[in-house]
Design a protein around this ligand. Structure first.
Ligand SMILES: Cc1cc2nc3c(=O)[nH]c(=O)nc-3n(C[C@H](O)[C@H](O)[C@H](O)COP(=O)(O)O)c2cc1C
Length: 322
């Protein structure tokens, strides 16, 4: 399938694996790229420029296809060494960067000067237009359904995607709630040039996370996610568990007085324990409502081939309606 996104990134299928903290290692990124999609290494999980350079080199050893690096810009008292991470990306010959979080304008000149294509993840039309105006090449439009940070507008993709299509000139992919061929064809019908998946790619053979994480996604329904940290204007969609219930109780009790320190134990530093040790109830971890559509743990290639074959069938079936 050829779209503006496959052309922009030089990939075969319009399917992107979004950056995911402690999930987006070289193993998953390479598997997605080898299957014809765009795999993405999560920069901040590596932490230092040296470690990121090493991860990029490992990914180059596993694939000769294009892959990207995610740079998430978070408000932080001690910000990561973004210029150093960007230098590792440039020196590592990576040509695609997925930015997320705050406005990436400050870092665009360095990325653009190195010929890197930038896709910025946005949860609203206004942020997408901003990304377009500062020179991003594409946008990943992340609806309210998404795992991770859906923003504060709560607009689901059935509204958000056609609104983005009406306003944007640069290409965009649909993100949030995407699981299968139906998602891809729907996304394209709503004006997107492809789709970005997070949660679905965790439940694959190659995702380098503990089996408990994959089983938790397969076992979850669309009713099992919760929104946390709304009062901190840092809303996150996570899978429910005892730690999340504890956190929500604190949110109810403290209301607007809640501070990050009140929920520190439930959110800080929990990802390695969950993703690598499989200690599922130790804290809150991002997961999309799309868990309700995920019932298996295929290889990445089986997943992507299955989506592309089924998409063709759906498109043919729909055209026979005419
Ligand atoms: C476990 C997990 C960790 C994530 N970490 C990040 C991250 O570090 N940076 C980022 O930009 N997005 C992150 N995301 C968001 C994904 O890249 C993607 O936008 C989102 O999962 C799409 O929604 P879906 O899960 O419904 O497919 C994360 C998502 C999950 C599920």
């Amino acid at each position: 399938m050829k779209t503006k996104i496959t052309e922009l990134f030089g990939i075969e299928h319009p399917i992107i694996q979004g950056g995911m903290h402690h999930v987006g290692f070289a193993e998953l990124a390479a598997a997605v790229s080898n299957a014809g999609g765009l795999g993405i290494i999560t920069g901040l999980t590596q932490g230092t420029p040296e470690k990121l350079a090493n991860e990029i080199a490992r990914c180059h050893e596993m694939t000769d296809k294009p892959f990207g690096v995610n740079l998430t810009f978070l408000p932080s008292l001690t910000p990561p060494d973004y210029p150093g991470l960007i230098k590792s990306i440039i020196d590592g010959g990576v040509k695609i960067v997925e930015t997320a979080g705050r406005n990436p304008a400050e870092h665009l000149p360095a990325l653009k000067a190195a010929g890197i294509k930038v896709i910025h993840k946005c949860t609203s039309v206004r942020h997408s237009l901003k990304a377009q105006s500062i020179g991003c090449d594409a946008v990943s439009v992340d609806g309210f359904e998404c795992g991770g940070h859906p923003g504060e507008d709560d607009i689901p993709n059935f509204i958000l995607l056609p609104r983005a299509a009406d306003e944007l000139k640069i290409p965009f992919v649909a993100s949030g709630g995407m699981a299968d061929a139906r998602s891809l064809v729907a996304a394209i019908s709503l004006g997107a040039e492809g789709m970005n998946m997070g949660t679905r790619f965790i439940a694959t053979q190659e995702a380098p996370v503990h089996q408990n994480v994959k089983d938790a996604i397969v076992g979850a329904s669309e009713l099992d996610t919760r929104l946390i940290m709304r009062s901190l204007t840092n809303t996150e969609r996570v899978l429910n568990n005892p730690a999340v219930e504890r956190l929500i109780e604190k949110e109810k009790e403290l209301g607007d007085k809640l501070t990050f320190m009140d929920i520190h134990d439930e959110v800080a530093g929990v990802y390695p324990k969950i993703m690598h040790e499989g200690d599922m109830d130790v804290g809150a971890w991002s997961c999309g409502m799309v868990a309700g559509l995920i019932n298996d743990i295929p290889t990445v290639k089986e997943l992507i081939d299955g989506i592309m074959n089924e998409a063709e069938t759906i498109i043919q079936r729909n055209s026979s309606l005419l």
